[in-house]
Write a protein that binds this ligand. Structure first.
Ligand SMILES: Nc1ncnc2c1ncn2[C@@H]1O[C@H](COP(=O)(O)OP(=O)(O)OP(=O)(O)O)[C@@H](O)[C@H]1O
Length: 267
């Protein structure tokens, strides 16, 4: 059997003295889409940041694409990120795109740093723009001169240009209007890479994830195939989440049941 593309084992992360992730264990297999769900402040983005080497583990271990990255130095992380095995897309595409670079330059930059010839990189950028349903006419523009939905699709194209094995998406559709949200989810569903899809919106994640992991107050409390999680949620927080999305199959939208779950969680 092939090794998981991501192996998170008993991971804890602290900011100063505040521990925000406690003993999180999670595997992502090649090509798999795993949703990470949790309320605001539960530690979802911290998990993404740890996988990208932006915040160190205080305990536990992290393996990415077969390499133990747990104790990588900043320099090792920079070299590892340059390989483009793991890419990311944030909620705000302006964080993934340099506002002073044209769309073309933003897209080809990850290839140029890996030594790909410019003409080849530009051809690949045009191909990826097609994949995210954008017109090549946008290549000469700055990120500020295209719409938010177009920008997020450029960020997705940029993340894909190195042919990554794992893409981390942190709230990639939260800032988009309904039409762009559907379009971006459709594009993501077509990808071959493994995806770690972080969101507080179970509705967006349910339609795309093979599995959903639920983080509650820094702990991973449930990790199950999506359908199972929706039809038979085990943890009180997951039950609250499922019951709050009335469009999900079998979701109860009973207000009294939700109030009961909330009371249970705040106990
Ligand atoms: N750089 C930082 N320094 C100190 N504390 C931080 C830092 N980043 C996040 N935190 C704290 O860590 C906790 C988890 O934050 P994190 O951003 O991982 O949550 P989240 O689940 O992604 O929330 P959201 O959905 O609002 O993005 C929060 O209490 C937050 O205030």
């Amino acid at each position: 059997m092939s090794e998981p593309i991501l192996r998170v084992a008993d991971l804890s992360v602290s900011y100063g003295r505040q521990r925000v992730l406690h003993g999180v264990t999670l595997d992502v297999e090649p090509g798999e889409t795993v949703g990470i769900i949790g309320e605001t402040g539960s530690g979802k983005s911290t998990l993404a940041r740890a996988v990208l080497g932006l915040v160190p583990a205080s305990a536990g271990s992290l393996r990415v694409d077969g390499s133990d990255v747990t104790r990588f130095s900043k320099r090792q992380w920079r070299a590892f990120r340059r390989r483009g095995v793991v890419q990311y897309v944030f909620q705000d595409p302006l964080r993934s795109l340099d506002p002073d670079l044209t769309i073309a330059d933003s897209l080809i930059e990850p290839l140029l740093v890996r030594g790909v010839a410019r003409a080849e990189a530009v051809a690949r950028a045009e191909e990826l723009l097609g994949r995210v349903r954008l017109d090549p006419d946008l290549l000469g523009r700055l990120p500020g001169a295209i719409s938010g939905g177009q920008r997020q699709r450029v960020a997705v194209a940029r993340a894909l240009i190195t042919d990554p094995a794992l893409v981390i998406l942190d709230e990639p559709v939260s800032a988009l209007d309904a039409a762009n949200r559907v379009l971006v989810l459709e594009i993501l569903r077509e990808l071959d890479a493994a995806l770690l899809f972080i969101s507080h919106d179970l509705g967006s994640v349910a339609g795309i994830a093979d599995r959903v992991a639920v983080i509650y107050r820094g702990e991973l409390v449930e990790d199950r195939p999506t359908r199972e999680l929706i039809t038979a949620p085990a943890h009180a927080y997951t039950r609250l989440l499922v019951s709050s999305v009335p469009t999900l199959r079998s979701a109860t939208s009973d207000r009294a049941a939700r109030d009961e779950l909330r009371a249970l969680l705040s106990a």
